[in-house]
Ligand binder design. Sequence first.
Ligand code: UD1
Length: 428
Amino acid sequence: MECLLIKGKQKISGSIKVNGAKNAAVAILPAALLTEGIVLVENLPRITDIDRLVEILQALGAKVSVTDEGCMRIDLSGVKSFSPPALLVNKLRASYYFMGALLGRFREVSIPMPGGCNLGPRPIDQHIKGFTALGASVELEHGIMKIKAKKLIGAHIYLDVVSVGATVNIMLAAACAEGKTVIENAAKEPEIVDVANFLNAMGAQVVGTGTDVIKIQGVRELGNAEHNVIPDRIEAGTFMIATAATKGEAVIQEIIPKHLDPIIAKLKEVGTEVETGPDWVKVKGSERMSSADVKTFPYPGFPTDLQAPMMVLLTQATGTSIITENVFEGRFRHVDELKKMGAKIKLSGRSAIIEGGHELSSAPVKAMDLRGGAAFIIAGLASSGETCLAGVEHIDRGYERVEERLKSLGVKIERISMEDEDEIFPGK
Ligand code: UD1
């Protein structure tokens, strides 16, 4: 198994370029199935979630070649299968996008329930509600979802909860449906706008993304396209929070600062200096940070994906902070590990009460999900001593070469191989 060895009491300094957005890229690759032509996708992050999606596309019959760093040419003319392999689907949440994409292409899909980070219950009832409204039947047989439609007909769909996945999945299924689909109470994340831009580049007619009403006029077929994935606001936010938490100074480049408004506002509230340029932010951490309350919400609220990193930062701020997790009810699995490092955190329902100002000390910790893993890296950098972090495979799902990129920001972090878990967690 691999671990990260993180030297503590280090300040992030320097500048770093942000990669393409994971949550846009993981929808765009399945969305490519809606054409029988060729697509060229640029600015893809080199993360294991993308590797798995490419494997699924190849298993379905697509030809994928890497043309340049972060660029892929995908030829979809040979796709004949509508059954993605279960072992791959189970590895990531975003495999749910094969439902909408394959339903749109073949009017039929056979797929197990998606895997991904354990953030508590993650139902897909709103995805199914959308497919059903478009005329599909959905049956679960021995753990496999069988979704079929003689034809897909545009519909008016009101989402009961604001869901990124359901919004995108309905867009995919509706792109080539007959007539017009309207999604109300749609999610407004920038990644959804990016997916719509990709669909429109292929010839779809999607308008209204970025607002809570999306309209899709179905077209007969989609064609070739080229697309450049938007910058990853969550990766940018992770570097920004890491800089503030380590009281460092860094420029985060090639971003869309507007997408980072809720993070910039919160960092300023705790006393961090943030300067914004056209495609960069400069963050300068403060030696004395003050407490702040954080409530996660769908975009443009504070992103749930940065809740765990922000919690680490607040352990370093003077006073008591309250984080309320409004998006995923079970997203506090990082708390017990942070407590091992000396954080003073109490959980009460959907809230975490953080008594800040206590120094973190190193401890062997294990990432159990992607963003929780990023939070432990920040905790390791801010703590005294040397932290050994297991569960690196979760971090590799969403952060490209995390240790190399952090090293370029002047901190000491190494990836090491351990024979077995007992070396890190004796007696566990
Ligand atoms: C996506 C992101 C994830 C992010 C999350 C919220 C991807 C691949 N993942 O996940 O990084 O943390 O958005 O910004 O883009 N819900 C239902 N029924 C449904 C669908 C969702 O009740 O059919 C609930 C969920 O349980 C959750 C909330 O809606 O409480 C939001 O979930 P959703 O926006 O769908 O998240 P994901 O698409 O899974």
